[in-house]
Design a protein around this ligand. Structure first.
Ligand SMILES: [Zn+2]
Length: 154
């Protein structure tokens, strides 16, 4: 999704005042809010500038566990991607451990939860666990994703 260009400042009082502009977008018009931002904030009072955030322990927990929208990103999606990345890394480890390839290793940041496999015994244990895990996931998904029965009546 293309980033929407936001105006960082707004000119007020017939060109005499230039100040930071509210960075919120209208849900209705999709345009940027035309109010100045509150002092020291990025948004106006209507768009959360007056908020000081969750205060109670309960409130903080609720926000922490909420679906935090950053485009379509959620914590669950991020976690899922880390898991599948770690799995791919482990497959690569196994290929190297078993001498199936001499290709250069996958570069970059290691995903969260990734434990490198360096011995054949580790590879065997990992494959056994992964296969079991996969079977459990597949049978669970197969049960939960059966579409509702549609009855066609003419
Ligand atoms: Zn605003």
């Amino acid at each position: 999704m293309a980033e929407i260009q936001k105006e960082p400042t707004i000119i007020l009082a017939g060109g005499r005042i230039r100040c930071r502009r509210c960075q919120a977008h209208s849900k209705r018009s999709r345009g940027q809010c035309k109010k100045p931002a509150l002092r020291g904030k990025a948004v106006c009072r209507f768009h959360g500038g007056k908020s000081t955030g969750p205060k109670t322990h309960e409130g903080r927990q609720r926000i922490a566990s909420a679906k935090i929208a950053h485009s379509e990103e959620t914590r669950a999606k991020r976690r899922g991607r880390s898991e599948s990345d770690a799995r791919m890394r482990n497959f690569e480890d196994i290929m190297h451990v078993l001498g199936m390839t001499t290709a250069p290793r996958w570069r970059g940041r290691k995903p969260n939860g990734y434990v490198p496999i360096t011995t054949v015994e580790q590879a065997k244990a990992w494959i056994a666990a992964d296969t079991l895990d996969l079977h459990q996931k597949l049978s669970f998904d197969a049960i939960s994703e059966v579409p509702p029965l549609k009855l066609h009546r003419n």
